[in-house]
Design a protein around this ligand. Structure first.
Ligand code: KG4
Ligand code: ZN
Length: 345
């Protein structure tokens, strides 16, 4: 079965074709990062308008790259939420109307389920059950995953998400949007004094006896450092960036290892934009190796938003549920949608 996947929940238009026998055939992405950069964050109305401009040409080029025609598509999976309502409406209305014209079923996909299952797109995918760390701009969650739609929340952030903390801290350091990649690049220039970094930031909740996170205090500590060291030299910027990244990745790693221990599982997957962070991968690789556990990640381009993860999640649900074509001429988006509301197909 050939599934077209459409992602438009935020500032990336992602399109992909996934075949349940042959795997991922083609995918295309348009990132709006440059368009939003001058505003320091995503402007929702600009995002929706850009999705409208991109969705059709990207679908056409993805079909062409896969050597397929519209009539070859068996089902359309699209992100129904959570996300920006206007942006979601573009992908949703496009998917539903195209499916209606082709008389094929649609599968509405939860954006985070897309992220969660993205590591399974790679060769030698991890088998269920596993512990998942979902670290994106909007979420920092640890979950036990027993199968598609079988998600048990183990821990969550009490305030800022990890990606949000990266973005806000990057802003305090005078870096552009999105801050995560820029901050981690800057951290490479830090003077680490042979293992004794110049600054010391707190590791929030690292010893709490639960699997929750809190990152907003870290941002306040960074603000204090920034104010104490005005004017900020580029070396100080790099030294702060380094210690911030150390603090966040150390906490994330410790909690992942606690989650593995508490669930008795030996398989970890990491997904979402912050999953692209090299320092986080380095720490998780070392920690899981020490405990003889396995860790899997999506390829770098599938850590951040993309159409492939939506096509894949849709295909998994389609395969499991034998969804029948049913079009009641209506659709809706779910800008707020809790992952725990999902059920197994
Ligand atoms: O998953 P994603 O594309 O979008 C959401 O659904 O939120 O994640 C975007 C987030 C942003 O906060 C961005 O700064 C962060 O992921 N990010 C990174 C890196 N690449 C992206 N954070 C740290 N290091 C990176 N290399
Ligand atoms: Zn995302």
């Amino acid at each position: 079965m050939l599934v077209l996947g459409i992602e438009s929940s935020c500032d990336e238009t992602g399109i992909a074709l996934y075949d349940t026998d042959q795997g991922l055939l083609a995918h295309a992405l348009h990132s709006q990062v440059e368009m939003h950069a001058e505003y320091g964050g995503v402007v929702p109305e600009l995002a929706s308008r850009d999705h409208i401009r991109r969705v059709l040409p990207l679908t056409e080029s993805t079909l062409k790259n896969a050597g397929k025609m519209l009539q070859d598509i068996d089902a359309i999976a699209y992100t129904q939420g959570p996300g920006l309502s206007g942006a979601l409406l573009v992908g949703t209305s496009f998917a539903e109307s195209l499916a209606f014209s082709l008389k094929i079923p649609t599968i509405s996909v939860h954006h985070l389920e897309g992220h969660l299952l993205a590591p399974l797109l790679e060769d030698n995918p991890p088998a269920f059950p596993f512990v998942a760390l979902l670290v994106s701009g909007g979420h920092t969650q640890l979950m036990r995953v027993d199968g598609v739609g079988q998600y048990e929340l183990l821990g969550d952030t009490l305030d800022d998400a990890a990606g949000e903390a990266f973005d806000k801290t990057a802003k305090l350091l005078g870096l552009g949007y999105p801050g995560g990649p820029a901050l981690s690049k800057l951290a490479q220039h830090a003077n680490t004094n042979h293992g004794t970094p110049r600054f010391k930031l707190p590791r929030p909740l690292i010893n709490s006896h639960d699997l929750n996170f809190s990152f907003s205090g870290l941002k306040t500590s960074v603000l204090t450092l920034v104010n104490q060291h005005q004017p900020l030299s580029s070396q100080t910027q790099a030294d702060i960036a380094y210690e911030f990244q150390e603090a966040v990745t150390e906490v994330l790693t410790k909690k992942c290892m606690s989650a593995l221990r508490e669930t008795g599982l030996d398989n970890l997957i990491v997904s979402g934009g912050v999953g692209a962070n090299a320092k986080l991968r380095e720490k998780l690789n070392a920690a899981t190796k020490r405990k003889m556990c396995k860790v899997s990640y999506p390829r770098l381009e599938f850590c951040t938003d993309n159409g492939a993860m939506i096509a894949f999640a849709g295909a998994m649900r389609l395969k499991a549920a034998e969804i029948q074509h049913e079009n009641n001429y209506s659709f809706s988006v779910k800008p707020r949608w809790n992952l725990s509301e999902l059920q197994a197909p």
